[in-house]
Design a binder for this molecule. Structure first.
Ligand code: PMV
Length: 320
């Protein structure tokens, strides 16, 4: 292999949420999901063959059980030498900005290229999903879907990034790492929320509605289903025991502000993941107004604007 291989990937934000896994191995989602891949946030991962496995996150060597488990799974199928994995993102990790999605998408893309595994995009997505469910969707760009067909979980690019050029405005309300990670949180919801069964039953219909809205580029329809899916997921979290409350006060204020400006004629809707950040999806002509409205909410520390971006790609580093 070349001396080093580098890949980049972007986080994705779900508009129809994934929250819950099927019991058993393989990190199989209990429901389909639909997302947009963000251009403005990037994870860059470089790998090289080393004497022993080593994970370097933002220049610091770390122990990462998820990456260790991921490599173990990969080595059951492929001959993978010890690797140094040097990774970093230009946005805060572990606080609801989907750093594990871009992280595993970049990692499998770099490993595939470096070791010539010859994986298809679909196979990379399958491996990325084993690392983190949502990572399957960061293999594709623009509007992505993760759904089951003939027993296989497929990531599909529903529309490429330029086909419906929406913007995502992110209001960062805290940089603190979440106290309950998504794997533990999902399991808690599956085992304890009285609403879990209806969530699993209804989400495929929400997915179909959102998919049709994307195909028709119907902003109003997408706004309705995305807010509904987001609020249902948080209802599931809140109704778990102990309840999972990922929002802070600024999150709630921002949701009210987004609905207020929508009532005033701005084409915008919100979504929130397992963290306190608020993501407002809007048409490009409204991005400035949405950014100003979010920046004005007390407790919003920073506002980022992103277009939709491409899927994970590989670039080869020094010595190629
Ligand atoms: O892929 P995970 O395990 O980080 O879970 C992602 C969960 C949500 O971000 C809350 C929803 C989603 O579909 O991305």
């Amino acid at each position: 292999m070349p001396e080093s291989v580098t890949a980049t990937a972007h986080p994705n934000i779900a508009l129809v949420k994934y929250w819950g896994k099927r019991p058993g191995p393989g990190n199989i989602p209990a429901t389909p999901s639909l997302s947009v891949t963000l251009d403005a946030l990037t994870t860059t991962t470089t790998i090289r063959v080393a004497a022993v496995d080593r994970v370097v996150l933002d220049g610091v060597t770390v122990a990462d059980a998820k990456i260790d488990g991921f490599l173990r799974g990969l080595r059951e199928q492929f001959d993978i030498p010890p690797l140094e994995i040097d990774t970093g993102s230009d946005f805060p990790a572990g606080c609801g900005l989907a750093s594990s999605a871009s992280g595993f998408a970049a990692l499998i893309t770099a490993i595939d290229a470096a070791l010539d595994l010859g994986l298809s995009a679909q196979e990379r997505s399958d491996w990325a999903r084993r690392g983190s469910g949502s990572a399957a969707r960061s293999i594709v760009g623009g509007f992505g879907a993760l759904h089951e067909r003939d027993g296989q979980w497929l990531a599909e690019e529903l529309l490429p990034p330029g086909a419906w050029p929406l913007r995502v405005v992110i209001g960062i309300t805290s940089r603190t790492r979440k106290s309950v990670g998504s794997t533990e949180g999902m399991e808690r919801s599956r085992l304890t929320s009285p609403f879990y069964g209806s969530w699993v039953r209804e989400t495929p219909a929400d997915f179909a509605t959102a998919r049709a809205a994307v195909a028709a580029r119907d902003f109003g329809a997408l706004a309705r289903i995305a807010e509904a899916s987001c609020l249902k997921m948080h209802a599931l979290m809140l109704s778990s025991e102990p309840g999972l409350l990922y929002w802070n006060g600024a999150t709630v204020e921002a949701l009210h502000r987004i609905r207020e400006i929508r009532n005033g004629g701005t084409a915008v809707f919100f979504t929130v993941d397992a963290g306190p950040q608020v993501k407002a999806v809007c048409t490009p002509d409204h991005a400035t107004a949405v950014s100003a409205a979010l920046a004005d909410v007390p407790g919003v520390e920073e506002v980022l604007v992103s277009a939709l971006g491409p899927g994970a790609v590989c670039g080869t580093g020094a010595g190629a």
